[in-house]
Design a protein around this ligand. Structure first.
Ligand code: FAD
Ligand code: NAI
Length: 473
């Protein structure tokens, strides 16, 4: 007889595994099926999806290692510390990253055990219905489930005529596993992966050229921030060209040649390795949604409403496989919401307050609307902008680049957006998210006591600056 579950989650990434844990916590007999995309050395599927295996976590581990290397080479001296002959062993750096991945993916197995989630190993595909229950094939076995949560994530978008082998031409998978810092690295796409991975290898001494098709740099970010970021990244040595038209890419023994056109005409980029980071696409490979009539939209995403309900009763979808930003925390929020809705609770996901972060140096973080969006929507706003140069802590840290910008509604004072470029922006944005989640005003933020000396004082000052009453700038 087929095993039967109240909730079957398909995909063990941050959308899927979090949904499974929450559903089990709420008392449902829950299973989570994970295909073998990321196997451990014993061939067992690793949980954690893109995020833990080839995304958020490994990239941040490499960013940290490369940041320390760069600091030792370039920042120690100003403190009077001499660090001559600093070297990096890329094998050790990659090994450390792999150890963290193994630790965390194994940790999810432990969480499944603790919460009594049944882990199913194998690719899942719909096989029809049996009464009200969905029949799903997982590997060789067939299971039945009352509710199915699709959390199959995304995969890198590849370009025609650019064969990714993850050795010379890489997507995110290969880009996280170079065996040495290449002499010359080309990156196609100045998005989040291009900038983060480009930063890692540049810090280790690689000559990095980033080619971006869009005319503007970081078009989704507040353009004030984007301009500052472009200036700082260029100063660091990243060669970024926007508005290019990609031509032929050819691979020879000596490396890769990328032909492209920029505003000055035809160009050729010769490099030893190439990263293709031009976005990701929803992954519904082999899901066989047709067997039950699952609706996809024109972008290949599983079509869902604001509650992550698909066109089918009791079938839900969360994370990268549905609309919205492809972010781990957004996937997890949706997963929790769905589990709670299944339990009849008021599951909730506020899509207006999902923060975004680019983990470059300095970091970039934001929540809510950009200035250009507010202008386009005709919303009157009052900006408060304060640089980290005004922070004693930032100066003490020897890292005072960037600024905080708070955008508050001119009529109600409610905070509509916060944009930060600077050291620890990824942590500082949390305060803005909390304030906005509670529909706070710039005055609310301005009345909160911030510890001194901290970088968070600049968020406070920027809130005060909305009413032209900052105290230290
Ligand atoms: P995924 O994590 O993609 O997980 C889907 C899982 O489903 C996979 O394990 C897959 O094997 C499995 N699966 C697919 N189909 C089936 C099937 N039919 N049967 C069984 N299993 C199946 N986001 C952030 O928020 N912060 C970051 O710093 C960040 N950094 C990133 C860095 C890189 C290099 C990349 C590539 C991405 C990064 N992201 C980051 C994005 C983040 O990884 C994704 O948004 C997140 O992983 C999406 O979670 P998910 O659960 O929807 O899908
Ligand atoms: P992206 O969408 O961030 O950037 C892709 C870039 O490639 C865009 O700027 C686009 O204009 C450009 N592009 C597209 N086609 C091109 C072409 N033919 N030639 C040149 N440029 C071209 O996608 P990316 O960097 O691949 O990352 C995928 C997703 O992964 C992100 O959207 C994000 O959701 C997630 N991610 C999140 C991170 C974070 O939160 N810190 C880190 C890394 C990835």
């Amino acid at each position: 007889m087929s095993k039967q579950f109240d909730v079957l989650v398909i995909g063990g990434g941050p959308g899927g595994y979090v949904a499974a844990i929450r559903a089990a916590q709420l008392g449902f007999n829950t299973a989570c099926a994970e295909s073998n995309a990321y196997a451990d050395p014993k061939g067992e599927p690793r949980l954690g999806g893109t995020c833990l295996n080839v995304g958020c976590i490994p990239s941040k581990a490499l960013l940290r290692s490369s940041e320390l290397y760069e600091e030792a080479n370039h920042s120690f001296a100003m403190h009077g510390i001499s660090a001559k002959g600093v070297s990096i062993d890329v094998g050790t750096m990659i090994g450390r990253k792999n150890t963290i991945v193994t630790q965390l993916t194994g940790g999810i197995r432990g969480l499944f055990k603790k919460n009594k989630v049944t882990g199913l190993n194998g690719h899942a595909s719909f096989a029809g219905k049996e009464g009200e229950l969905y029949k799903v094939k997982v590997g060789e076995e067939e299971v039945l489930a009352k509710h199915v949560i699709i959390a199959t994530g995304s995969k890198p978008r590849h370009l025609d005529g650019i064969p990714v082998d993850n050795k010379v031409i890489c997507d995110n998978v290969g880009a996280l596993d170079f065996d040495a810092a290449p002499k010359r690295l080309g990156v196609i796409g100045a998005g989040v992966i291009g900038l983060e991975m480009g930063s890692v290898w540049r810090r280790l001494g690689t000559d990095v050229t980033v080619l971006e098709a869009a005319p503007d740099f970081l078009p989704f970010a507040d353009q004030d921030i984007a301009k500052e970021a472009l200036k700082l990244f260029t100063k660091q040595g990243l060669k970024i060209t926007t508005g290019i038209k990609l031509g032929k890419v050819s691979v020879a023994k000596k490396g890769v040649t990328v032909e492209y056109e920029d505003k000055d005409g035809a160009k050729k980029l010769e490099c030893d390795k190439l990263i293709v980071s031009v976005g990701r696409i929803p992954n519904t490979d082999g899901l066989n949604g047709d067997a039950v009539g699952l609706k996809l939209n024109e972008r290949g995403q599983v079509e869902v409403n604001g509650h992550c309900q698909t066109n089918l009763p009791n079938v839900w979808a969360v994370g990268d496989v549905v609309r919205g930003p492809m972010l781990a925390h957004k996937a997890s929020e949706e997963g929790v919401m769905v589990a709670e809705l299944i339990a009849g609770q008021a599951g909730h996901c506020n899509f207006e307050t999902i923060p975004g972060v680019v983990y470059t140096h300095p970091e970039i973080a934001w929540v809510g609307k950009t200035e250009q969006q507010l202008k386009a929507e005709g919303i009157a706003y009052k900006p408060g902008k304060v640089p980290f140069m005004a922070s004693g802590r930032a100066l003490g840290n020897g890292d005072a680049s960037g600024f905080v910008k708070v955008l508050a509604c001119a009529k109600t004072d409610r905070i509509l957006g916060v944009h930060i470029i600077g050291n620890s922006a990824s942590e500082l944005i949390a305060e803005a998210v909390v304030t906005m989640e509670f529909a706070g005003a710039s005055e609310d933020l301005g009345r909160i006591c911030h510890a001194h000396p901290t970088l968070s004082e600049i968020v406070h000052e920027a809130a005060l600056a909305c009413d032209k009453r900052s105290l230290h700038f």
